[in-house]
Structure formats: structure tokens, C-alpha cells
Write a protein that binds this ligand. Structure first.
Ligand SMILES: [Zn+2]
Length: 102
């Protein structure tokens, strides 16, 4: 029989691989190994995809939910997307719009 300490350690390991924030343990739903809650990781991950016949700059946002990136990618492939890119947007600093204005 496992000790309570061992049980808790196993639980923590299992959770960090699935549905809890790697930083604080907050429940955040099914995710990947290094997933963190918004408080611990103030970045938003965005999955972009580009359709087969389109140019690189014509990429479209596929998903902003890292937990479903794999599924979204599989779906997008069926829709004709053949290039993918994951970008992290830092939400802790406001976007610098002056760079956008030429
Ligand atoms: Zn957290």
C-alpha cells in the first residue's frame, strides 16, 4: 500500500502532465506537459496554419487553445492546410502599435 506522501507525489506528477497548471496546480482542463494557467504564464499561444496553395503571409489562426492544438492541426490538415506555426503572444506587456504604423 502506498503512503499518503507517495500518493500525493504520484497525483502531482499525473496532474502536471494532464489537467493542472505546472506552476501553481490550478485546474485548467486537459493540456500538455508544460501547460500553465494564465497567471503563471501570461502568454497566449496561437496555432497558425497556411493552406497548401497560399503564400506564407496568408496564414490563418487555427486555434488559441493549446490543449486542442493537436486535434486542431489534424482537422486543419484535412481542410488543406500544410504549414503550421505556433506563436506565443506575451500578454504581460501591451502590444506596441507604433511599430504597426509606418
Ligand atoms: Zn498557475
Amino acid at each position: 500500500m502506498k503512503s499518503l506522501k507517495q500518493y500525493n507525489r504520484d497525483l502531482k506528477t499525473a496532474c502536471s502532465r494532464s489537467d493542472r497548471c505546472a506552476g501553481c496546480g490550478t485546474y485548467i482542463g486537459m493540456g500538455t506537459a508544460d501547460r500553465k494557467c494564465e497567471r503563471c504564464a501570461p502568454t497566449e499561444r496561437v496555432l497558425y496554419g497556411t493552406r497548401k496553395d497560399n503564400e506564407d503571409w496568408q496564414e490563418e489562426i487555427i486555434s488559441t487553445n493549446p490543449a486542442v492544438f493537436d486535434k486542431a492541426k489534424a482537422w486543419a490538415k484535412e481542410q488543406g492546410f500544410d504549414r503550421f506555426r505556433i506563436d506565443e503572444i506575451d500578454l504581460s506587456t501591451p502590444p506596441d502599435f507604433t511599430k504597426a504604423i509606418q
